[in-house]
Design a protein around this ligand. Structure first.
Ligand code: GLA
Length: 398
């Protein structure tokens, strides 16, 4: 694998030039050390690479970097240090044609100024909703930032709106490690929480994500990734035509503000049954109270296999291109969000505007509102203990 920087911008100051030079030397020495580990086989079409480049600068003057990871098959992913956002990801179709299959903005400003749809972002400290932004831990009440009607969604001013430190990691496949430390009291949560998220673009065409965290006080954590996939590569084509399978016989019905009622409901005989691959649009417009509440699918499914080891939990298939994305995770549940709140106001990478259902999210996670629902598996992370979960999105064709 080759790790290198692109050409430094000529307008850069002397200081940042020196910085770049030092970083380059560090990375190049890393490359040299590992050179002998990099076998070049006959099947290898390209060398996997990681290229770091300048992406943009925030209004406050913070420099945001972009890392472009390319695996040995030519699959490419762009990640920025704002929010750890995946801003593009290509996958081959059945004819070997690579196309970008994740939604993203066409200009940096929307990533830098709040990422209204959470495109491609790392989500935390608590992914999904906490009712009224309140919970009690060890007898102490906490009030979080409320940002979704009466509730707290995705951590308030969450990890998607923070700048992460990035390190390119040498190995068989291109990989990037992102770290961010949330402060004690940030957005109302207790504990300084050190978070590490690693993206690997493996040479079997999988995006492997590892989430690790540790806190110095008892806290609650639920980390996930908010990429919107559209396997057609054409974001004007609704995801309603794609097939979804979820190995989940139960889901969590919600109230009018999308907080789980506490019931674990069987999917059998409901529009929520994806136990066998089903076209997403088949039932999405049925007159169903739960679908009305979510304006489509925006619910948490509970996997039949509760083991916190890596397991295949389903996948999405786009017939015309042949692209298939399998989801594997150590998590107990998944929020399937069918892009219902995309409102036609933002430019699409493939032309026109993103519309409702231009993309779908498969956010592996613990159940929403767990800190308030003692019957749900706990999301408490005790001081000094290690939080560790993994999710893989694996791409193939059929
Ligand atoms: C999550 C939520 C949705 C919506 C999106 C962001 O997936 O469940 O209701 O808020 O994030 O638009």
């Amino acid at each position: 694998m080759v790790i290198n920087h692109n050409k430094p911008n000529m307008k850069k100051t002397f200081k940042s030039g020196v910085c770049l030079l030092l970083c380059s030397l560090m990375l190049l020495s890393c490359k040299d050390e590992k050179k002998s580990d990099m076998p070049e086989t006959a099947e290898t079409k390209t060398k996997s690479t990681i290229v770091k480049s300048d992406y943009a600068t925030t209004k406050e003057g913070v420099k945001i970097d972009k890392y472009t990871l390319t695996n040995a098959n030519g699959m490419k992913m762009e990640v920025i240090t704002m929010g750890g956002d995946i801003i593009s990801l290509t996958a081959p179709d059945k004819n070997g044609k690579f196309e970008d299959i994740v939604l993203g903005y066409t200009t940096p400003d929307l990533y830098l100024e709040g990422n209204p749809y959470f495109f491609g972002a790392i989500i935390g400290r608590y992914g999904n909703r906490i009712a009224k932004g309140k919970f009690t831990l060890d007898g102490k009440p906490y009030q979080l930032t409320v940002n979704d009607g009466p509730n707290s969604l995705h951590g308030g001013k969450g990890f998607d709106k923070r700048v992460w430190a990035a390190t390119a990691i040498e190995g068989d496949a291109p990989s990037i490690k992102l770290t961010y430390t949330a402060k004690d009291g940030e957005e109302g949560y207790p504990g300084n929480l050190k978070v590490t998220v690693t993206y690997v673009l493996s040479n079997d065409n999988a995006l492997e994500i590892s989430y690790e965290a540790e806190s110095d006080k008892n806290t609650v954590v639920n980390l996930t990734q908010h990429s919107y996939f559209n396997l057609s590569g054409n974001f004007a084509e609704s995801i309603e035509g794609q097939e979804l399978e979820l190995k989940a016989g139960k889901y969590l019905p919600v109230d009018a503000t999308l907080i789980p009622t506490g019931e674990l409901k069987s999917v059998t005989g409901t529009p929520f049954d994806f136990t066998k691959a089903k076209v997403i649009g088949k039932d999405i417009n049925l007159a169903d109270d739960q679908l009305k509440k979510g304006q489509g699918y925006d619910h948490c499914w509970i996997f039949d296999d509760a083991a916190n080891t890596m397991k295949s939990v389903g996948g999405v298939y786009h017939k015309a291109s042949g692209r298939y994305m399998e989801v594997l995770t150590t998590e107990p549940a998944i929020q399937f969000y069918s892009g219902n709140f995309i409102d036609g106001t933002k430019d699409s990478k493939t032309g026109g505007k993103y519309q409702k259902r231009s993309g779908l999210c498969l956010e592996t996670q613990h159940y929403p509102d767990s800190p308030n629902q003692p019957s749900f598996p706990t999301t408490t992370l005790k001081a000094g203990e290690k939080y560790s979960t993994k999710t893989t999105y694996k791409f193939s064709v059929k």
